[in-house]
Design a protein. Structure first.
Lengths: 483, 98
């Protein structure tokens, strides 16, 4: 039987504020344990939390970028449970009236565009960090620095059908969060965390199967792998006549398998109730418009514009808009040399990114400016240097930071385009290689490449390939006519 | 009619990590039922056009600016801890994941 998966994702994104959500402690990462706490985030009796305005603003920004409707009134709630990293015995979250609902985001799959619904976006506080002792140590260790760091939770509809779509959804989410600059959303740093609900059903069936919950997936790759594993596991259970048990599973990357969490039966009984220490949040039309006005052009809009304005392919536009700094870099280059946006796309994506990638660097660390890439492409377009020479020039710019124009001048790297000069060289190469000329005339036209190589060698690579080709074909034709 | 029984009271007590004597369970079951009866009585009111109340204060949007102020020192933070280690962590009984 053919099955299909039904997947919904719950994503937590850490917001990039200076201070915590309900107190003035720093959110800085990597400080010595328990040096960023105060009576509020330690959950001392009698303290009062006060909402950080920027958290509300960033959360609204994120919700708008995810096409959500913002609730004019939203309410904080207490989610009650006991865990060592939760000093208050409850997490301040939102429940009945979340900040925003009914959004979506679009992903580009190999099968085409897919729209994934977003059920809700709400604000909440992070918990502390538990550190487990060495094997045999009867203790665990708790650092409360992260307690109270602002999060938004983004809950998707069960619209995702494959592990690949889940990965694309997460990557798109990260891209959007970075575009709007509310989070760096780095999964490895825990700034973006993902849990998944997954069930399977026979293809064509509309009712939902029993779902399991997957946790502990710390990278995009792990999410995809864990979901792939869980789909196979559930299929096997059903095919063997078993039933799926609703449970929470942990992904074990070492084993490449999911494991049952030894969960307490009452784990999901959170007894939410409205947080009496915080008054409701009211988002006026005016505030909403103000935040909306601060939104930058989002990836989907930018991609459509790149295709329309610069004549790029959908693929190139997708790559160039996948990070805002890349799109900005590209557009700065186009601004400096507006005549050939397609060639610029190629130089940025292939030559520059290729080099950076090889050194494990990001575009922000590029030793080449957009203006230098533009200058390089302009030199090729004018015929001053060949594409091959341009690659060498780029390598030098990359190493030294010198402008391409300067390198060309200093090294006399000017392309040889003078026809009479080139004609003499072509003539000589043909005279020196009579056998190859015969072969060409006998119909082995592929041998042209050999002559081009010889000419390039004779000119130290400076010959203009277009001019060389033209002269070469003309001369060879003349030889044929002479026979 | 009794809305909740002893089992439910014990369940809630367990969730709140509270331990009760038999007499206390008895008393709370009775009291909680009384409270729920009173709520039922309130439910008889027509609240069709009344907006739900989420907070006792008729205020919204009490916020602070995103400014960092000094936190407690590590020693102060750990001062009430039943147990700690030299690195400055709270030390707790081993957490069994899941
Ligand atoms: Zn604090």
């Amino acid at each position: 039987m053919e099955y299909e998966a039904v997947i919904g994702l719950e994503v937590h994104v850490q917001l990039k504020t200076n201070s915590k959500v309900f107190c003035s402690c720093s959110t800085e990462f990597g400080a010595p344990p328990n040096t960023h706490t105060c009576p509020v985030c330690q959950g001392m009796p009698g303290v009062l939390p006060v909402l950080n305005r920027r958290v509300a603003e960033y959360a609204i920004k994120a919700a708008l970028a995810l096409n959500c409707q913002i609730n004019p009134l939203s309410v904080f709630a207490r989610k009650n449970y006991f865990y060592p990293d939760l000093p208050k015995g409850y997490q301040i979250s939102q429940y009945e009236l979340p900040l925003a609902e009914h959004g979506y985001l679009e992903i580009e799959t190999p099968q085409g565009k897919r729209r994934i619904g977003i059920t809700r976006v709400h604000m909440e506080e992070d918990a502390g960090k538990n550190v487990h002792g060495e094997f045999g140590d009867p203790h665990s260790y708790v650092d409360l620095n992260r307690t109270g760091v602002p999060l938004i939770e983004i809950v998707s509809e069960p619209d995702i059908r494959t592990p690949e779509e889940a990965r694309l959804y997460l990557q798109k989410l990260r891209t959007i969060m970075r575009y709007i600059e509310v989070s760096d959303a780095d999964m490895e740093k825990g700034e973006l965390r993902c849990d998944a609900n997954i069930s399977i059903r026979p293809k064509g069936e509309t009712r939902l199967g029993v779902k399991t919950e997957l946790k502990n997936m710390n990278s995009f790759r792990h999410v995809q792998k864990a979901l792939e594993y869980e789909i196979k596991r559930q299929q096997k259970v059903l095919e063997e006549g078993g039933i799926i048990v609703q449970e929470t599973l942990l992904w074990n990357p070492q084993l490449g398998a999911t494991e049952t969490m030894r969960s307490k039966e009452e784990a999901h009984d959170y007894r939410y109730f409205p947080e009496p220490d915080l008054v409701p949040l009211e988002v006026s039309q005016e505030w909403l418009e103000e935040v909306a006005a601060s939104l930058p052009e989002l990836p989907d809009e930018k991609k459509a514009r790149f295709i329309e304005e610069y004549g790029l392919s959908a693929y190139d536009a997708e790559v160039l808009t996948s990070a805002r700094e890349m799109a900005d870099f590209y557009e700065a280059a186009v601004k400096a040399h507006p005549d050939n946006p397609k060639a610029l796309a190629n130089w940025v994506m292939v030559e520059l990114l290729g080099r950076l990638h090889a050194e494990n660097k990001s575009l922000l660390e590029a030793p080449v400016t957009p203006q230098q890439i533009a200058q390089l492409v302009a030199l090729v377009d004018k015929g001053t240097i060949s594409g091959k020479m341009a690659k060498e020039v780029l390598a030098k710019t990359y190493q030294t930071g010198k402008d391409p124009q300067q390198i060309v001048e200093e090294e006399g790297l000017v392309q040889l385009s003078d026809e009479s000069e080139l004609e003499a060289i072509v003539e000589k190469v043909l005279e020196d290689n009579p056998k190859e000329v015969e072969k060409y005339l006998a119909g082995k036209t592929k041998i042209v490449g050999f002559f081009v190589g010889q000419i390039m060698k004779a000119t130290k690579g400076k010959a203009n390939p277009q001019v060389v080709n033209k002269i070469l074909i003309k001369k060879l034709q003349e030889k044929g006519e002479q026979q | 009619m009794e809305k909740i029984g002893k089992a439910e009271v014990l369940h809630v007590a367990q969730l709140a990590r509270l331990e009760f004597t038999e007499e206390e369970v008895e008393a709370f079951t009775h009291q909680l039922n009384k409270i729920l009866q009173y709520v039922d009585q309130l439910k008889e009111l027509d609240t069709q056009d009344v907006k739900p109340t989420f907070h006792a204060l008729a205020q919204t949007n009490v916020m602070r600016e995103d400014e960092v102020r000094s936190s407690l020192t590590q020693e102060e933070a750990l001062a009430n801890a039943p147990d700690r280690d030299d690195r400055g962590f709270f030390r707790v009984p081993k957490i069994i994941q899941g």
